[in-house]
Design a binder for this molecule. Structure first.
Ligand code: B12
Ligand code: SF4
Length: 449
């Protein structure tokens, strides 16, 4: 048995106490930081203070992960456009994953250099793994898109990806959090690289990108993330619900389970990145689109829009209507909604993310919620549907309610997830419903599950 020396005699502790105080960190210039990042594998780099007003929502999560953070270093790694554009999904996915590894390695390399210069630094993952204890809330430590835009590396495109002025949409992003405050100023990006062609709108199989810039988050998640955290959960429910192997096979095709296996063993495969693939923006990408637009459409866009790929949508969603109307040749696969709230605040937060405009057209009503959680706290919120639009006040009761839902938050979530029906919860006195109850059915159709 080894005996650990007493603190007063421990050689490592004695040596540490005897050591002189560390020298103050060497100041870092932007040029030096840039050189380190490029050496480490990045293709472009920017820096922004954590105090930047556009990063207000990032401050809390960033400081929780790394209290010493003062600056954020945004890293860009380019992808090969031909790979991302390939209708062979395995090729496109391989490129996303490989570029992701490069940006993670670059971020880690930059941390090594910053630490050697006496600064503190850490590198959150480019995407995965994530903080899944917080799922279905915010699972990312830092929003790389927000940081990259604030650091002037690009602008947010119509498709909600950052477009770099040179590499266009064919980039992945990383962020290094550091205590260093680099000296110098990077030039501001004075134009928007998006050329407003709206090809991303046309190419998305689930209609996630609206021409006005609205992004249908749940449509993208339900389809694209079929083989990630949420789609896998849905598959498990199929397994549990199926009476036998024949029913399971009817629900989940043999190629679908094989594809899931590939995702689980190698890396999760995205079902589509067509919005990125077709984007012609960026100095080094724009040429073929400008030179011969019909040829660009034939060679880049059509192979993706004509692809007979399964499209994963929730029954009754706008995405289902979109794929049946725009892409009748693409087989529709009906799945459960991916986002499920765990508590009342989560339910109110999720409403705008899963809202479907189609079923909300042509009517209006105001819904008041007063839901009491396990800790005895009552959460009040208002949801107003008005001819295809939704507004949510997640912290107060506004206006005159057409329907009021009061009672236990858990009882309401059981209704929302289909575990219990509302009549049962009312009879058990777990919920009180007042007003026109038929409006609740209409409400439910706007958030299909
Ligand atoms: C969450 C996430 C997603 C979500 C939401 C996408 C989105 N538009 O934000 C889903 C699963 C749909 C997704 C898909 C894809 N993603 Co993604 N994703 C992220 C992640 C983890 C955070 C995004 C973020 O910053 N959101 C917050 C704000 C800034 O984004 P927003 O657009 O304003 O907000 C929308 C949604 O986020 C959502 N939302 C807002 N608040 C909340 C809260 C919660 C709890 C949830 C769940 C959603 C949500 O609603 C908003 C409006 O629609 C980052 C990695 C990271 N750590 O930063 C990668 C990242 C944004 N993804 C990336 C990529 C490449 C993709 C895909 C192309 C993957 C693929 N191969 O198919 C698609 C593209 C879809 C698209 N058109 O946006 C890249 C983008 C690179 C770039 N050029 O900008 C990133 C930066 C990863 C990386 N390190 O490079 N992604
Ligand atoms: S595809 Fe066209 S509209 Fe969409 S982001 Fe790229 S340049 Fe903008």
């Amino acid at each position: 048995m080894t005996i650990i020396p007493k603190p007063t005699e421990h050689p490592a502790l004695l040596a540490a106490r005897a050591r002189a105080a560390p020298l103050p960190p060497q100041p870092v210039t932007l040029e030096r930081l840039r050189a380190w990042a490029l050496e480490a594998g990045a293709d472009d780099v920017g820096v922004v203070s954590l105090d930047h007003p556009d990063l207000a929502e990032e401050r809390g999560p960033v400081l929780r992960a790394f209290p010493a953070a003062k600056s954020l270093v945004a890293l860009v790694v380019r992808m090969h456009p031909e790979n991302v554009r390939s209708p062979a999904r395995s090729v496109a996915n391989h490129e996303f994953h490989h570029a992701g590894e490069v940006v993670d390695a670059a971020a880690r390399g930059l941390v090594t250099r910053l630490v050697a210069a006496g600064h503190r630094a850490m590198n959150p993952a480019m995407a995965f793994p994530m903080e899944m204890d917080d799922f279905p809330g915010r699972t990312w430590v830092v929003s790389h898109k927000r940081v990259a835009v604030a650091a002037q590396l690009g602008r947010m495109g119509l498709h909600r990806n950052v477009i770099h002025p040179r590499f266009g949409s064919f980039i992945v992003l990383g962020t290094v959090l550091t205590s260093a405050e680099p000296v110098g100023r990077l030039p501001a990006l004075d134009f928007d690289p998006c050329v407003d062609c709206k090809l991303c709108v046309a190419a998305c199989p689930v209609g996630a990108i609206e021409p006005d810039g609205a992004f249908r988050f749940s449509a993208c998640l339900d389809h694209n993330y079929r083989e990630f955290m949420t789609g896998f959960g849905d598959l498990l429910e199929d397994v549990v619900e199926s009476r036998d192997k024949h029913e399971l096979r009817e629900r989940v095709g043999i190629n679908e389970s094989a594809s899931m296996w590939q995702s689980l063993t190698y890396k999760a495969n995205y079902k589509a990145a067509h919005c990125v693939a077709v984007c012609p923006a960026g100095d080094e990408v724009l040429g073929p689109f400008v030179a011969d637009r019909p040829r660009f459409l034939a060679e880049v866009v059509r192979p993706l829009t004509e692809r007979t790929e399964p499209v994963f949508v929730v029954r009754g969603s706008d995405a289902e209507a979109h794929v049946r109307r725009r892409f009748p040749h693409k087989p529709v696969r009906l799945v459960r909604s991916s986002l499920r709230a765990a508590d009342a605040p989560g339910f109110f937060r999720a409403l705008p993310l899963v809202f479907q405009r189609g079923p909300a057209k042509g009517w209006r009503a105001t819904f008041h919620f007063e839901l009491t959680g396990a800790a005895g706290v009552t959460h009040r919120a208002t949801a107003r549907i008005d001819d295809g639009t939704l507004t949510v006040n997640a912290s107060a009761l506004d206006g005159v309610a057409d329907v009021t839902v009061q009672g236990e938050a858990q009882a309401w979530l059981e209704v929302v997830t289909g575990k219990r029906n509302p009549v049962w919860q009312v009879l058990r006195r777990r919920l009180r419903l007042t007003g026109d109850r038929s409006l609740l059915d209409r409400f439910a159709r706007c958030f299909p599950r």
